[in-house]
Ligand binder design. Structure first.
Ligand code: ZN
Length: 676
């Protein structure tokens, strides 16, 4: 379960100093095409790792990069062949590279790299080529059989007939994952996780396997492709000696090297267990690995490498291959530790009724990490937080790891500051300046307070059903955590604890929160639609409620200027008072399970969109021309060796551009394609 709240931070800005006070400004912007912006991220703290840790990171990054082709193939049967054909044309093309057809092909190739296949990574629709079939066919023929990934015995014309249809016929395999109710989700999805089977056959197959009395069930189908052989439905496991053998073997080779540099025995044990899983394909082994992984919290370096999230499967079973290597951000983790250690203070002093407070509250320590490499389903589009493992019974019995990836959020923040977003939407220069100076830290604190304390605070009265709020439960729960965070952001205790020094930090967050809740989050809603997503609903109900309840005292104002609407906060102290009042009420609703009051609150303030304001916001946003989707290129890690061949250091470099990185990966980390 990941936390893809990427767009939620679109409003954030940077500190005036920039990251880490570096003299030369780091260049975050790498490439821009279609609806995509490609960025790069820094890996602060890498230099401070021990040599042993650097070696561990190095081999784990190698293991991560070796999985790229797996995901591309999972995402569509023809993806690897098409990618390779496009790359061959791109590299060998002798004509004018400004030519319209070539430009179109370049754009399509960049999209294909970004989507790990020919489908949009988020929208799931097949990309529309902006180059002619005639141009494509000519280029393919110029390459000739020797430079094309033909199947054994396949003629060039047969090859073209297949690829042309997939690329140029919009009606053929149009969507990677189809979720439309009532259709055969497998037959209508182009994903390569199934072949020759219907949804009914797959469901029957798994229903026969599942034992509903098993309290520790494995995650059926996580690492298999389901096909029909001799009229029978069978699973083909991804493992050494099975599907994707060549890639998985390379992953295992590098995991074995990494294990030599494990930070402790517990970490070595989970790496070994992961290798065992890749060798056997056994889901029981994967569960054992997940438990070892979830319980190991001592080491600084950590990673994900495997079949993890199942959004790519219309039935939500098979995991998309994903890799990420990271290490603990000690300074930021210290911040969340201090907050957690003082959980009792925050609980006892909160504005909610004492009956709803926990006597013994334990804060959750959210670990803050620095990503060192992104791969598979995390690359180039990446989450900003991770919460794993996904198995419910393992989470309940053995815990889970929840992390926020601070160097990725920092990169988003830095880039957002250059888009003119705040300049367009903030009331005046004063608010723009305030957000510039304080919002990076204020946003992090808001997240810390929300995650470490907000969700952990409060209790239900005896006998209250935890699902009493039904469909409004998650919106109200997110609202509760947000209100707890907002209320305490302005508490002098945080200054006393040394978390920040400028007491005005909270105002930047308050302003952004209300501006976002009342207006700017509407940029993510299509015209005519209401707000459905629970985080967006909670931000709206909080902002609208405060706007209305503060009207008599003019706490928040909506000001019209030159036909544009602006949010103006006139009294930050009183706004805090409103947050306190609403927190007390939302906690009451939760503690008493007052469904009707919860429903009223959300439906009255959190759902309906003012169509006129919506239209205005969308127009203003469109003029800023901000790419809706972002992703990242990775840094390059190189081993430094002395004359005896001993590794003395691992060097990190950032300069690589998008095309070079993709072509290099396709050359150096492509175990599943043919070599030319
Ligand atoms: Zn939350």
């Amino acid at each position: 379960m990941r936390n893809k709240m990427i767009i939620a931070i679109a409003v954030a800005t940077l500190t005036t100093n920039g990251l880490m006070g570096e003299e030369k400004k780091f260049d975050y912007n790498v490439d821009r095409f279609a609806d995509i912006e490609v960025l790069r991220y820094q890996v602060p703290g890498f230099e401070d790792l021990s040599l042993n840790q650097k070696k561990l990171v190095y081999y784990l990054t190698e293991a991560a990069l070796q999985g790229r082709d797996i995901l591309t193939d999972q995402n569509g049967k023809y993806n690897l062949v098409i990618r390779q054909t496009l790359e061959q044309i791109y590299v060998n093309y002798k004509g004018n590279r400004e030519n319209k057809d070539f430009k179109g092909l370049e754009k399509y190739l960049k999209q294909t790299w970004f989507g790990n296949g020919i489908y949009h990574h988020y929208g799931m629709d097949k990309f529309v080529p902006e180059f002619s079939q005639k141009f494509f066919d000519e280029q393919v023929k110029k390459l000739g059989n020797q430079k094309l990934p033909l199947e054994k015995g396949q003629s060039l014309n047969e090859f073209l007939a297949v690829i042309d249809r997939v690329v140029f016929d919009p009606a053929y395999l149009p969507k990677r994952v189809n979720q439309a109710d009532g259709e055969d989700l497998i037959l209508t999805s182009a994903t390569n996780l199934y072949d020759g089977v219907t949804q009914q056959e797959v469901e029957d197959y798994y229903n026969a396997l599942k034992d509903t009395t098993d309290s520790t069930p494995v995650m059926w189908g996580l690492n298999t492709k389901v096909v029909k052989e001799n009229g029978k439905v069978v699973e083909k496991p991804y493992k050494v000696g099975g599907l994707y053998n060549d890639a998985i073997t390379q992953i295992v080779v590098n995991l074995k090297r990494a294990a030599e540099f494990a930070e402790n025995d517990a970490q070595r044990a989970y790496i070994d267990k992961l290798i065992e899983f890749y060798v056997t394909g056994s889901l029981k082994t994967f569960d054992e690995y997940s438990i070892l992984w979830a319980e190991e919290t001592k080491s600084d370096v950590d990673f994900i490498n495997g079949f993890i999230e199942s959004y790519g499967d219309p039935l939500g079973m098979t995991g998309s291959w994903e890799g990420m290597v990271n290490f603990k951000n000690k300074a930021a983790s210290h911040r969340t530790e201090v907050i957690s250690n003082n959980a009792a203070y925050f609980e006892h002093n909160s504005p909610v009724d004492d009956r709803f407070k926990k006597e013994n509250v334990k804060g959750v320590t959210a670990k803050v990490i620095t990503a060192a490499i992104l791969a598979g389903d995390s690359y180039p589009s990446t989450p900003i937080g991770i919460n794993l493992p996904n198995s419910n019974w393992i989470r309940a019995a053995h815990g889970s790891k929840s992390v926020t990836i601070e160097n990725i959020t920092d990169a988003y923040d830095e880039v957002a500051s250059g888009t003119g977003f705040n300049e367009e939407f903030a009331y005046s220069e004063a608010e723009v300046k305030m957000m510039k100076a304080h919002l990076t830290l204020a946003d992090k604190l808001h997240t810390d307070l929300h995650e470490c304390l907000g969700h952990a605070s409060g209790k239900l009265l005896p006998g209250v059903d935890q699902d009493a709020l039904k469909a409004y439960g998650s919106t109200l729960e997110e609202g509760r955590a947000d209100l707890f965070a907002l209320y305490y952001l302005a508490d002098p205790k945080l200054v006393e604890l040394g978390i920040f020094t400028d007491p005005d930090t909270y105002k930047a967050e308050y302003y952004k929160y209300i501006m976002n809740g009342l207006m700017t989050q509407l940029t993510r809603i299509e015209p005519g639609k209401d707000i459905e997503e629970s985080h967006m609903r909670n931000r709206k109900f909080i902002s609208e409620w405060c706007y209305e309840k503060g009207k008599a005292e003019n706490v928040i104002e909506l000001v019209k200027r030159d036909g544009k609407t602006y949010v103006k906060v006139n009294d930050y102290e009183k706004l805090r008072g409103l947050f306190a009042q609403l927190l007390a009420e939302v906690q009451r609703i939760k503690s008493e399970g007052d469904f009707e009051a919860g429903r009223q609150l959300v439906e009255t303030y959190g759902v309906k969109v003012d169509p006129e304001l919506h239209k205005e916001v969308l127009e203003r946003y469109a003029r800023l021309n901000i790419a809706p989707y972002k992703g990242f290129v990775n840094p390059i890690y190189t081993l430094v060796k002395d004359e005896k061949g001993e590794i003395t250091d691992v060097k990190i470099e950032y300069g690589e551009n998008y095309v070079d990185q993709m072509l290099r990966y396709s050359h150096d980390y492509s175990p599943l394609t043919r070599k030319f």
